[in-house]
Design a protein around this ligand. Structure first.
Ligand SMILES: Cc1cc2nc3c(=O)[nH]c(=O)nc-3n(C[C@H](O)[C@H](O)[C@H](O)COP(=O)(O)OP(=O)(O)OC[C@H]3O[C@@H](n4cnc5c(N)ncnc54)[C@H](O)[C@@H]3O)c2cc1C
Length: 456
C-alpha cells in the first residue's frame, strides 16, 4: 500500500493517527485506522480512493473533526482521508455571487474572503471558526441564522466528488449540480450528496451561492426567563406573531454558568434561561422588529427583555452561545442530542427534557437554535461512572422518542453518524429505510465510503 501512496502526505504516527480517528462526539466508539493521508489535490484523492478500492480498504473522509455524531470515526483497518490541507479558495465570482472552494477551507475563512467582495456566505454553525466547508456540506450543517437564511443545502450549487460506481469504478471524478442560479437537468445528485456524511464519496470541490453583505449590523434583543419552559413559550410566541429573527438562540442556566466560570463575560447567570434574538431587517423596520420581539418576550413572562445598544456586548452574548459547548465539555464527557421539533412544540419538548433529567437523576444542560425548534440537550455524565452512563444513554433514547412523538426528528443538523442510527431507524418507515439502503448500494457497492455510518 505504501508504494501506491508515494509522494502523498501519509500519517502513520500512532498518536497523530489516533487524534485523526475520531470526531468530537465523546460517546461514539472508534476503531484503529491503518493510516491517514492528507491530500492536496483532487488527483491525490482519486489515487487514494482507487488504491483503497483495489485492496478493499474502508475510506473515512474527515474535515476538522468537529462532528458531534461520530461521523468521522475510523472503523478498524480504515484509511483516514484528512481533507484539511485542501484549503484553497478556488474562485470568488463576485459578478455571479458564487464561491468555489476546496473542502478543507474553514467556514469562517470563506466568510472573511467573500466579505472582501461585499458578499456573505450565511451558513454559520457555532463551529464556524474550526469546521470545514467539506464537513459542513457532508453534514448539511445548520447554525444560528438558519431560521431566516436556511441551512448549508440552501447554498450548495454544485460540487466535484470522487465516487465509486456500479462497475466498481472507484476513483472516478464527477461534477454534480451547477453554477447557475436555477437548473433542473436530471436528478438533484448534488442535493443527495449534501448531508451524505461521507458515505457516498469524497467531496473535493464545492461551489456555493452567496448573498450581498448585510448593510447594517444586526440588532440584538436579550430576554431573561425564570424557567426554561417560559423561554420556550416565548419562542413559540415569536413564530405566532409572524416575526422572523435572523437568529433566536437559547442558553439555559447550566450553560450560562459554564461559560461565565470559564470566560468571565459578565453574563446574567442567575436566569434559568436566556433567549438571544438577532434582527437584521435594515432601517426603521429593524428597530420596530426589535421592539416587537422584546414585547413578545415580556408578554411570555420574561424577567426582563432589552435591546442591546452596545455592539461589543451583543457580540459577547453570541460568543457565549458559541462557547457553550466547549465550556460544558470542560466539565466532563457530554452526550449531545440534536433533536428538532415543530416550533409550536418547543415549550413541550423543553418540559419533557426537564422531566427526563429528573426521572433519570442526571444533569441535562440545554442550548438551542430555539427559533428552528432545534434543541441540543447536553447530557453530562462523569467518566468512570457506569450507572451514570447507563442513565445518560436511557435519557438520550427517551428524548429521541419524545421528539419523534411530537412530529420531530432525531437530528436537526449534526447528522446520524454512529450515535443516531437507532433513532433514525425509529423515525423512518421500513420502506424509506429500504430506499436509503438501495441508494447506498448503488453508489458504493463495495461499502468502502465511511462504512457503518448512517444506515450501517
Ligand atoms: C463547538 C461546536 C459547535 C457546533 N455547532 C454546530 C452548529 O451550530 N450547527 C451544526 O450543524 N453543527 C455544529 N457542530 C457540529 C460540527 O461542527 C458540524 O457537523 C460540521 O459541519 C462538521 O465539520 P467538520 O469539518 O469538522 O467535519 P468532520 O467532523 O471532520 O466530518 C463530519 C462528517 O462529514 C464527512 N466529511 C467531512 N469532509 C468530507 C468530504 N470532503 N467529503 C465527504 N465527506 C466528508 C465525515 O466523514 C463525517 O461524516 C458543532 C460542533 C462543535 C464542536
Amino acid at each position: 500500500m505504501k508504494e501506491l501512496l508515494t509522494g502523498l502526505d501519509v500519517v502513520d504516527d500512532a498518536d497523530v493517527l489516533d487524534s485523526l480517528s475520531h470526531d468530537d462526539a465523546e460517546w461514539a466508539p472508534y476503531g484503529k485506522a491503518v493510516a491517514a493521508v492528507r491530500p492536496r489535490t483532487t488527483e491525490d484523492v482519486r489515487r487514494v480512493v482507487a488504491a483503497c478500492a483495489d485492496r478493499k480498504i474502508p475510506i473515512v473522509p474527515r474535515g476538522a473533526g468537529t462532528g458531534l455524531s461520530g461521523g468521522a470515526n475510523a472503523v478498524d483497518g480504515a484509511m483516514i482521508l484528512d481533507l484539511s490541507k485542501m484549503n484553497r479558495i478556488v474562485e470568488i465570482d463576485a459578478e455571479n455571487m458564487t464561491a468555489t472552494a476546496q473542502p478543507g477551507v474553514v467556514n469562517d475563512d470563506l466568510k472573511k474572503a467573500v466579505a472582501e467582495h461585499g458578499l456573505w456566505y450565511p451558513p454559520d454553525p457555532a463551529s464556524a471558526p474550526w469546521s470545514t466547508i467539506g464537513g459542513n456540506v457532508a453534514t448539511n450543517a445548520g447554525g444560528l441564522c438558519c431560521l431566516k437564511y436556511g441551512v448549508t443545502r440552501d447554498y450548495v450549487l454544485g460540487m466535484e466528488v470522487v465516487v465509486g460506481g456500479p462497475a466498481g469504478d472507484y476513483g472516478t471524478v464527477v461534477r454534480l449540480g451547477r453554477r447557475t442560479t436555477k437548473g433542473v437537468s436530471g436528478y438533484d445528485l448534488a442535493g443527495l450528496f449534501t448531508g451524505s456524511e461521507g458515505t457516498f464519496g469524497v467531496i473535493t470541490e464545492i461551489t456555493v451561492r452567496l448573498r450581498p453583505a448585510r448593510r447594517e449590523a444586526p440588532r440584538t434583543v436579550v430576554g431573561a426567563f425564570g424557567s426554561v419552559v417560559a423561554a420556550g413559550e416565548a419562542v413559540a410566541a415569536i413564530t405566532r406573531a409572524g416575526l422572523l429573527p435572523a437568529a433566536l438562540e437559547l442558553l439555559d442556566r447550566t450553560c450560562l454558568r459554564a461559560v461565565e466560570d470559564w470566560k468571565h463575560l459578565g453574563l446574567e447567570a442567575d436566569a434559568a434561561a436566556l433567549l438571544l434574538a438577532q434582527l437584521d431587517t435594515p432601517g426603521l423596520a429593524g428597530d420596530e422588529e426589535a421592539t416587537a420581539v422584546a414585547e413578545v418576550f415580556r408578554a411570555a413572562g420574561a424577567m426582563w427583555a432589552e435591546q442591546s445598544t452596545d455592539e461589543i456586548e451583543a457580540e459577547a452574548l453570541f460568543a457565549a452561545r458559541r462557547l457553550a459547548y466547549p465550556a460544558l465539555e470542560r466539565l466532563g464527557p457530554v452526550l449531545t442530542e440534536d433533536i428538532c421539533v415543530p416550533r409550536s412544540r418547543v415549550p413541550e419538548m423543553l418540559a419533557s427534557i426537564e422531566a427526563t433529567a429528573a426521572r433519570h437523576g442526571i444533569t441535562i444542560a440545554t442550548i438551542a437554535h430555539a427559533g428552528d425548534g432545534n434543541l441540543h440537550p447536553l447530557i453530562l455524565a462523569p467518566s468512570g461512572d457506569d450507572e451514570a452512563r447507563r442513565a445518560a444513554q436511557a435519557a438520550f433514547e427517551d428524548m429521541l422518542t419524545a421528539a419523534i412523538a411530537m412530529g420531530g426528528t432525531v437530528t436537526g443538523e449534526h447528522g446520524v453518524g454512529l450515535l443516531k442510527r437507532e433513532g433514525m431507524r425509529q423515525e423512518l418507515s421500513a420502506g424509506v429505510l429500504a430506499m436509503q439502503v438501495a441508494v447506498k448500494q448503488t453508489l458504493d457497492p463495495l461499502d468502502l465510503f465511511n462504512p457503518g455510518k448512517v444506515i450501517g
